[in-house]
Write a protein that binds this ligand. Structure first.
Ligand code: CR1
Length: 833
């Protein structure tokens, strides 16, 4: 059909990437895509025209890459995640294409500044947390290393909420990130799948055999929105497919039949709700149901898509694991395996045993949780209502699994109770992580310490049953976004001193900086680069908060979700202690104080009251300290609102010191520490998550660690609970000045109570003396520039292991068993690497 299409050439869309061609593409999009006049284009319009021009270059590569994978019949990985915290895409795309110089020149010729256009873009905040940003880094690495991969997720209309601070308090606003359109996505109305919910199941006889049939009651369509993910200096461009909900013509099967047109139309808008917002508030029952529907919506569309593509290979379904592997980012997508099982059995007529083998061989699971109480579980009542057939299959899986447990540990009721996929009493739940471990061939933790805790504390019985399933793959972050793009000053320096630009693709090369860390001229240039980044951040702080801070001060940063276990509260308590100490000093003593700017950013979950009052306290403290003329530049406290990827890109390169001070044994990884270390920020941390491995790589004497070790946490916790731990008087003094109202009249009683009367679960009072001591050491070290600069260079030099390229290589070799498949592009592209 339509063979003649092949002979049509596209004169205006040649793949040229020289400056003149870029100018032409840009003007073309101004006139034809935006339908505007050339003389009348504002910055937002220019951003959009530019983004469209870049997108055209990506689409060529992206289509060619998909075709190449298909023709070569390569095995592919599908990465399933409920979150992708992408941030902005324009600079990333231009840099990965290796075209920043040309685009910059073209924009200059047309009267624009490329960097200003970057700033026009809204962040794609389709994620809440660390695992969402991890998924985005992993996509970059999979594309860069030419792995045949697809990302799958949801296209939420509203991403992570927008945070505003008023009178010190957090307020949440909807983040309608699509307001100015999204030039990076392609709507695929040709790729659409029906997704069913609710209804009943009936046992029927088909060809003389019993067969479970599901009569669903609601049908919603999943439409694909594709986003090209360009690899760095490779022609390969991957696809991130995000599903969006759309009502089907026959939306609610019951109402449609009853002929009640208007109420059925009213309900149609409910269909779109499924992908309206990221993680609906899950404190009410309705919210929970929507979240479950989101998960199933995502995985059902994805599994149907994988099967459609697999069928093109004409191979038998039992060969599915030879062409497809599925990586689940946490337990949220676990229903994907159940959906595949259902289709193989109910639709394809395969036996349970055969189908079960297929899913076990294909699926693998990454766990990001440490505390057992945070493991995901769904009420059975809800599951039975929304997905009755899947619930049957889960019971069946559990039945077979418990037989295995019984065989290994006969008559051990305890084991059966702990390991069962179903949690009994009083309300019954499906334990999603247990289900995931049972049906996957591999389960991994995200750092060494976290994986060890999985084996010994979180899932010890599963580890005894299937030790070979348990792996550890330490997370990583992409050096393209977090160094090359965010920190051009330092990147140029590194290239100069390593005499090669290829560290961006082989981050282990950074270790060579260690050898040169004493060289005076490197140290000088290094601290100058840091200074430029600090000036940029100081400018941002002034613009946002109207507050002047001095780039000569030590920039001390803690940015992450606000959570009790991450202990921003410990940080602000120390700040108050520092403030009162400085205030009691003589002028002579004050001369010796290291001036600091303590910078916070982070969002608290909307219904997490204690976290919100931590934000309130930080802001109240900042008002008092920043307005205290007596203190001046010796201490400033900054809370930057609306923490997001693009804000992190400004803050991280400017940090002298960054804090990662979770109670040991509570943070699975913490990937921001890796970004800070890469950018020459010195680490202040507890021996938790990524800090354990970072301090090993950077050298224990070059990082500042303190506090209770994970193995001592249980005994100290019980000492605190029983009132046997003597509280430091300085700590208690800070609590009383807060109580006295020195930092505003807000009711901080619940916050203070969480630290007193044996309630100090996260051991702030226990770790406080060691924290004060390590802060003194930091002040002393900052006074000796050679020493400080050396530590800073060594932080970067020791961070090579933490590239997400290394993580992805481990996933590919140890779990997915896939190989790179590189589509060679035009000579110029391949030659650059
Ligand atoms: C963990 O809390 C880890 C990331 C990525 C987070 C954090 O320690 O760095 O995952 N978990 O592995 C998470 O986002 C929703 O759960």
């Amino acid at each position: 059909m339509h063979h003649w299409l092949r002979h049509i050439s596209l004169p205006s869309y040649s793949p040229d990437t020289d400056v003149k061609s870029i100018e032409k593409f840009f003007v073309h999009h101004v006139e034809y895509t935006l339908a505007r006049y050339r003389g009348n284009i504002n910055q937002m319009g220019a951003y959009r025209a530019l983004a469209m021009s870049v997108r055209d270059r990506l689409i060529e590569r992206w289509k060619d890459t998909q075709l190449y994978f298909k023709k070569n019949g390569v095995k592919r990985v599908a990465y399933l995640s409920m979150e992708y915290l992408i941030g902005r895409s324009l600079q990333n795309a231009i840099v990965n294409l290796g075209l920043e110089e040309n685009f910059s020149a073209a924009m200059k010729n047309l009267g624009y500044v490329l960097e200003d256009l970057y700033e026009q873009e809204a962040d794609a905040g389709l994620g809440y947390s660390g695992l969402g940003r991890l998924a985005a880094c992993f996509m970059d690495s999979m594309a860069t290393m030419d792995y045949p991969a697809w990302g799958y997720g949801l296209r939420y209309k509203y991403g992570m909420f927008y945070q505003k601070i008023k009178n010190g308090c957090q307020f949440e606003y909807p983040d309608y990130w699509l307001e100015n359109g999204n030039p990076w996505e392609v709507e695929r109305l040709d790729i659409m799948y029906p997704i069913h919910f609710y209804g009943t199941c009936k046992m029927e006889m088909v060809d003389g055999k019993p067969h479970m049939a599901w009569y669903p009651q609601q049908k919603i369509l999943a439409v694909a929105y594709d986003t090209p993910i360009p690899g760095y200096l490779t022609y390969n461009t991957l696809n991130l497919r995000l599903w969006s909900a759309q009502p089907s013509k026959e939306f609610d099967l019951d109402q449609f039949n009853s002929g009640d047109l208007y109420s059925s139309l009213g309900d149609r808008s409910h269909a779109e709700r499924i992908t309206a917002v990221l993680y609906p508030n899950d404190s009410s029952f309705e919210g929970k149901e929507l979240r479950l529907k989101q998960q199933y919506f995502m995985v059902s569309a994805t599994v149907q898509d994988l099967l459609r593509r697999f069928r093109e290979s004409k191979r038998q379904l039992t060969d599915f694991p030879e062409l497809v592997c599925v990586q689940m980012n946490d337990s949220h997508p676990t229903l994907a395996a159940i959906e595949l099982l259902r289709i193989l059995i109910d639709v394809e007529g395969m036996s349970y045993d055969e189908s079960y083998k297929v899913i076990c061989k294909s699926f693998s699971f990454t766990n990001h949780v440490v505390a057992r109480s945070n493991l995901e579980k769904w009420s059975i009542e809800l599951m039975e209502k929304v997905l009755p057939r899947h619930m049957h299959l889960i019971y069946e899986i559990n039945h077979h699994f418990l037989q295995q447990v019984e065989k290994k540990w006969p008559n051990d009721q305890g084991k059966l109770t702990h390991m069962s996929i179903i949690e009994e009493s009083p309300e019954r739940y499906v334990r999603m992580a247990n289900l995931a471990i049972v049906i996957c061939h591999s389960v991994n933790g995200v750092t060494e310490i976290h994986s060890e805790m999985m084996r010994t504390e979180v899932f010890p019985d599963f580890f005894k049953l299937w030790p070979e399933r348990f792996l550890s793959i330490t997370n990583g972050v992409t050096p393209r976004r977090w160094m090359l793009e965010a920190n051009r000053e330092m990147s140029d320096l590194i290239t100069k001193w390593l005499r090669t630009p290829s560290w961006t693709l082989n981050l282990d090369l950074l270790s060579d900086l260690a050898r040169q860390s004493d060289v005076g001229s490197l140290q000088k240039q290094w601290s100058l680069a840091k200074h430029i980044n600090k000036e940029r951040l100081a400018g941002y702080i002034e613009k946002t908060l109207g507050l002047k801070v001095s780039p000569e001060s030590l920039f001390d940063v803690q940015i992450k979700r606000v959570h009790q276990y991450k202990r921003q509260l410990l940080n602000i308590i120390y700040v108050i202690h520092r403030y009162t100490t400085i205030k009691s000093m003589t002028i002579e003593e004050r001369r010796k104080v290291t001036p600091r700017v303590v910078i916070f950013a982070g969002k608290a979950a909307a219904n997490y009251a204690i976290a919100k009052s931590i934000i309130q306290l930080i802001n109240n403290v900042s008002v008092v300290i920043n307005n205290d003329k007596n203190i001046g530049d010796l201490l400033k406290v900054v809370f930057l609102p609306n923490y997001c990827v693009s804000l992190a890109e400004i803050i991280i390169p400017a940090a002298d010191l960054s804090q990662h001070i979770s109670t040991a044994g509570t943070e699975a990884c913490g990937t921001s520490a890796m970004k800070f270390a890469m950018n020459g920020s010195i680490i202040l941390g507890t021996m938790d998550g990524s800090i354990v491995e970072l301090s090993k790589e950077i050298g224990e004497t070059n990082v500042f660690t303190f506090g209770t070790r994970a193995y001592d946490v249980p005994s100290r916790r019980s000492a605190v609970r029983n009132g046997e731990w003597g509280v430091d008087s300085r700590f208690e003094a800070v609590l009383s000045v807060i109580e006295r109202g020195d930092f505003g009249s807000h009711d901080f009683a619940p916050l203070l109570n969480s630290l007193r009367y044996g309630n100090d679960y996260y051991l702030l009072s226990v770790d406080f003396p060691a924290y004060v001591e390590v802060q003194d050491n930091i002040d002393a070290a900052y006074k000796i520039p050679n020493l400080w600069n050396k530590k800073s260079i060594l932080s970067t030099a020791g961070s090579g292991k933490f590239s997400s390229d290394r993580s992805i290589k481990q996933y590919a070799n140890q779990i997915w068993k896939i190989k790179p498949a590189r589509r060679s592009g035009p000579i110029s592209v391949s030659a650059e690497r």
